[in-house]
Design a protein around this ligand. Structure first.
Ligand code: NAI
Length: 289
C-alpha cells in the first residue's frame, strides 16, 4: 500500500489552507493550487498566521513551523499535481466548478492508484467520481473548521469507491493527521451537516422573524446549552455563502423545507455579507472583534 507522502490541495480558502497546514505539519510535501496569485498569497498568509499562533501557544516550535512552511509550495498551475499520491479538492461549494476540477485532475494526476478526495460539505461524491475515469479512487474526506483544531473527519465512500481507497484515505486522516474518522453515507449533508445545517437555518429564521437578536440566540445556546459557540457566530465562521450552498444542495436532494435557505440568508449573501471572512455577517468583524 505504501505511505502517502506527496499531497495536493486544490483551493486555499478557509478549509484548503487548514488541510494543507495539517498535512505539512505531519511531514508531508504539499502542493497547494489556487485560482489566482492573489488567492494563493492569501492562502499562504492564512497558514503563516495559523502556524505563528501555534508557536505563540507553545504547540509548535519555531523549527517545526519553518519546516512545515518549507514543505508547502503554492501555485496556480494544477499540472503541479501530476506526481501527487493524494489530492484533496477544497474549492468553493459549486458543483460545476468541482466537476471541472475532477475532470482536470483525472487527466493530470499520473499515479494509477492516487486518491482524488473532495472536502465537499454536501455534493454527492458519486457525481464528482463520475467526472473521472477512475471512480474507484475517488472518495469524500470532509474536514471541519478550523482544520488544525477540529478532530473530526468524515470519510464518504461512494457506491464505486474501492475498499483499498477508503482504507488508505482513512489511514491517512487517522494515522498521519491524527483525526478521528467517522464513516458517512454519500447523501447530502453526510452525518454532521445533516444535523447541523437545519439548526443553523432555524436560528437564521428566528432572526428573520424578529423572534430574538443574534446575540440573544447565541448567548442562549452558549450559556444555556454549553455549546462552545452560538449558531449565528458559527454561521459567520463557516461562511454564509458556503452555508447557503450547502443548504441548497441538501434541499435539492431531499426537497424538505427544513433545508431551504431562508430569504434573509440569500439577501445577506447577495450583499456580500459572507461572515468573518468578508468582515461582516451577523456580526461586524471590522472593529477587531
Ligand atoms: P472558501 O471560499 O474560503 O475557499 C474556496 C477557495 O477555492 C478560494 O480561495 C478560491 O479562490 C478557491 N478556488 C475556487 N475555484 C478554484 C479552482 N478552480 N482552482 C483552485 N482554487 C479555486 O471556501 P471554504 O470554506 O474553504 O470551503 C471549501 C470547501 O470546503 C467547500 O466545498 C465547502 O463546502 C467545504 N467545507 C467548508 C467548511 C467551512 O466551515 N467553511 C467546513 C467543511 C467543508
Amino acid at each position: 500500500m505504501g505511505d502517502i507522502t506527496r499531497i495536493g490541495v486544490i483551493g486555499a480558502g478557509l478549509m484548503g489552507s487548514g488541510i494543507a497546514e495539517v498535512a505539512a505539519r505531519a511531514g508531508r510535501d504539499v502542493v497547494v493550487v489556487e485560482a489566482n496569485a492573489a488567492a494563493a498569497d492569501a492562502g499562504r498568509e492564512r497558514i503563516e498566521k495559523s502556524l505563528a499562533r501555534g508557536v505563540e501557544k507553545g504547540k509548535l516550535s519555531a523549527e517545526d513551523r519553518d519546516a512545515a512552511l518549507g514543505r508547502l509550495t503554492f501555485t496556480t498551475d494544477m499540472e503541479a499535481c501530476s506526481d501527487r499520491e493524494l489530492v484533496v479538492e477544497a474549492i468553493a461549494e459549486n458543483e460545476a466548478l468541482k466537476l471541472e476540477v475532477f475532470g482536470k485532475l483525472d487527466r493530470i494526476v499520473q499515479s494509477k492508484d492516487a486518491i482524488l478526495a473532495s472536502n465537499t460539505s454536501s455534493l454527492p461524491i458519486m457525481r464528482l467520481a463520475m467526472a473521472t475515469q477512475r471512480p474507484e479512487y475517488v472518495v469524500g474526506l470532509h474536514f471541519f473548521n478550523p482544520v488544525p483544531v477540529q478532530k473530526l473527519v468524515e470519510l464518504i465512500p461512494s457506491l464505486l469507491t474501492g475498499e483499498e481507497t477508503a482504507k488508505r484515505a482513512e489511514a491517512f486522516a487517522s494515522e498521519v493527521l491524527g483525526k478521528t474518522v467517522i464513516k458517512a453515507p454519500d447523501r447530502a449533508g453526510f452525518v454532521v451537516n445533516a444535523l447541523l445545517v437545519p439548526y443553523l437555518l432555524s436560528a437564521i429564521r428566528m432572526v428573520e422573524a424578529g423572534h430574538a437578536t443574534p446575540e440573544d440566540i447565541d448567548n442562549g445556546m452558549v450559556l444555556g446549552c454549553a455549546h462552545p459557540m452560538g449558531p449565528l457566530r458559527l454561521t459567520d465562521l463557516v461562511g454564509l455563502d458556503t452555508t447557503m450552498a450547502v443548504a441548497e444542495s441538501m434541499y435539492a436532494e431531499y426537497k424538505e423545507p427544513l433545508y431551504a435557505p431562508p430569504p434573509l440568508l440569500r439577501r445577506m449573501v447577495e450583499a456580500g455579507l459572507y461572515g468573518k471572512k468578508s468582515g461582516r455577517g451577523f456580526y461586524d468583524y471590522t472593529r477587531g472583534e
